[in-house]
Design a protein around this ligand. Structure first.
Ligand SMILES: Nc1ncnc2c1ncn2[C@@H]1O[C@H](COP(=O)(O)OP(=O)(O)OP(=O)(O)O)[C@@H](O)[C@H]1O
Ligand SMILES: [Mg+2]
Length: 327
């Protein structure tokens, strides 16, 4: 008697619980579907853990093998703020893409020559660099390109000579298109060309943006990260409007992230609030392995192949490919 009096009350409770479970499952399915749409061929990791950007972190699949190479997608690594990880990201994203079988050309477009030196090229001793290609037509780009110790990773080197180009190009016809002209003969030989810009929004950077299909903006996870970004986006918009309609922002890359600090996490969340899905799920942590690898003149992917920092750039390469922003 006692038991039967309870049965009618348990039925509706169970039904309510089942309905709530179904609603949760549906919400989960909707969220997975929305995420799948945002991440192209990426799938959410089984646990759907929240990534450092505060969004569910997808798993990016290993890229398909390429049977033929080119034409290259050209990407400028750009931020007029100094020391945010442009050169480090150019070298290591390039090396990771090369590991995945992509043919990669890195363009050193900074008179500091840090990219060339960071890959073991004694740029200050070279007679011909990108400078010669920019200011005279007699040089063959193939004679200037240097191979690195990493297979399929080549460099168009620069040294301090490049600082003179900015002044010399001012009087040129179509002075913003000179780099695009320089790169044209090798565009079909590479899958990706990454341009390491100098920390300025001057004529060299405008040349890099005019030659590119996409821009990646590395942002250091610190308090003033967003300072100057509005001006950078304005410059990108002007180049898109007046010189290069195909140009698009491929992504914002948070660098020097320290997940132990609330500060780093807050900066990344505010960058996501501002740029939304443009922010890469992949973030690059702060680690002394990067300066160490620069001293060793090697990409992190070979210097500390198993370190999380190397894996982060591999993940960035996979994410870029999964988004369709590289072959
Ligand atoms: N994730 C990181 N963790 C720790 N140090 C880093 C990291 N990324 C870069 N660095 C170091 O910070 C310094 C600046 O990095 P990098 O040269 O890549 O910046 P940049 O934006 O190219 O600078 P510049 O504007 O001068 O060209 C370098 O010493 C580099 O080794
Ligand atoms: Mg640099």
């Amino acid at each position: 008697m006692h038991r039967t009096s309870h049965r009618p009350a348990v039925g509706p409770r169970l039904r309510l619980a089942a309905q709530a479970r179904a609603r949760c499952n549906k919400l989960g399915r909707d969220r997975r579907e929305a995420e799948r749409r945002h991440t192209g061929s990426a799938t959410l990791s089984p646990k759907e853990q929240i990534g450092p950007t505060g969004r569910p972190l997808p798993t990016f699949p290993a890229p398909k093998e390429l049977r033929s190479h080119g034409p290259a997608r050209i990407i400028a690594m750009c931020n007029q703020k100094g020391g945010v990880g442009k050169t480090t990201s150019t070298i290591n994203l390039g090396a990771a893409l090369a590991e995945y079988g992509r043919k990669v050309l890195l363009v050193d477009f900074d008179p500091q020559g840090a990219l060339s030196v960071g890959l073991g090229i004694r740029a200050h001793e070279l007679d011909t660099t990108i400078y010669n290609l920019l200011v005279s037509r007699g040089t063959d780009i193939h004679d200037v390109i240097q191979h690195t110790a990493t297979p399929d990773l080549d460099v168009l080197p620069a040294n301090i000579d490049l600082s003179a180009a900015e002044v010399q190009l001012v009087g040129e016809v179509a002075r913003e298109m000179v780099l695009a002209r320089v790169l044209r003969p090798v565009a079909d030989e590479y899958d990706v060309i990454l341009i390491d810009c100098q920390p300025s929004l001057g004529l060299l950077t405008v040349n890099a943006l005019t030659a590119s299909h996409g821009v990646i903006i590395p942002l250091e996870c610190e308090f003033f990260a967003m300072r100057g970004v509005a001006l950078l986006v304005e410059t990108i918009d002007k180049v898109t409007d007046r010189l290069n309609p195909r140009l698009e922002i491929d992504g914002i890359l948070a660098t020097m992230y320290d997940g132990r600090t609330l500060h780093s996490r807050d900066v990344v969340r505010s960058v996501v609030d501002h740029f939304g899905d443009k922010v890469f799920h992949t973030t690059i942590s702060r680690t002394v392995k990067f300066p160490d690898a620069t001293l060793a003149a090697e990409p992190i992917t070979t210097y500390a192949s198993h370190h999380g920092a190397a894996e982060a750039y591999r993940q960035l390469a996979r994410e870029l490919i999964a988004r369709g922003d590289a072959a």
